[in-house]
Design a protein around this ligand. Structure first.
Ligand SMILES: Cc1ncc(COP(=O)(O)O)c(C=O)c1O
Length: 240
């Protein structure tokens, strides 16, 4: 068996600037210096106090402007990267059945998250040959349509367009992890346009950011309305 640790990419094949394709970005020395300069004015202060709140506000405003977010869209941040967002979406955004376009590793992972969720119906998963992509189609009973705008594992991009003929209120959830900031988008075609910032935004990973269209399905219910479900003991939101 080959020992992977011994594999070396020849220097002449390495990309000159360290960023390549849609892989994780190089974090520039200037970024680290800026963090060090901010020092204790941010790190080690309370995340509820002005320095951190202002910084988060700057990120939210900056992304709204950058993506020309339509009136009312909110920028939401969460920890755990896009992978954690898939759990958030399976739990809080898909009501009963999702349709996924699965044309590479990442689209297929989100598909399997909703497909295996015991509180959802089996997902409708449309697949295609590697290097191609399937097209979403309206399906009765599907209340969320999901696909990556760029499938990082194959480099195949997919348009961000609502599904014509979808049930009323069906959500469009777009994974823009390797597309956001690189491919143009009309955010009004998605209810949630989410990504992790380790690609075009040249950040470290571990965070997810999403532009959420305002609406009953994309707004967290008040805690008083949360109820607990059956044997799983999971807390669920009531159906709107
Ligand atoms: C399209 C896409 N979706 C999701 C992910 C997973 O992101 P994370 O590592 O932030 O969970 C990646 C990571 O490369 C990705 O390219």
């Amino acid at each position: 068996m080959t020992d992977n640790a011994d594999i070396r990419i020849p220097a002449d094949l390495l990309p000159l600037d360290g960023r390549f394709g849609a892989g994780p970005s190089k974090v520039r020395a200037g970024q680290l210096a800026a963090l060090a300069d901010a020092g204790q004015s941010i790190l080690g202060t309370s995340h509820r106090q002005a320095p951190v709140r202002n910084l988060v506000g700057e990120v939210r405003d900056g992304l709204s402007t950058f993506f020309r977010a339509p009136e009312g869209y909110e920028v939401v941040l969460g920890v755990g990267g896009s992978t954690a967002f898939w759990d958030v979406a399976a739990f809080g955004l898909v009501r009963s059945r999702a349709q996924h376009l699965s044309f590479g590793e990442f689209g297929s992972k989100f598909a399997s998250t909703t497909d295996r969720a015991p509180f959802l119906e089996a997902s409708s998963i449309l697949t295609s040959e590697p290097g191609t992509r399937p097209t979403a189609r309206p399906e009765q009973g599907v209340d969320a349509y999901a696909w990556p705008q760029n499938e990082t594992s194959t480099g195949v991009a997919a348009p961000v367009l609502r599904v014509d003929g979808a049930d009323d209120g069906a959500l469009t959830l777009i994974d823009a992890t390797s597309a956001a900031g690189g491919l143009d988008v009309d955010v009004s075609q998605a209810d949630v346009y989410y990504f992790a910032p380790q690609k075009n935004f040249a950040s470290d990973g571990g965070l997810w950011l999403g532009l959420f269209m305002p609406g009953p399905r994309t707004k967290p219910p008040p805690a008083s309305q949360l109820r607990c479900c059956g044997s799983t003991g999971r807390t669920t939101a009531p159906s709107p």
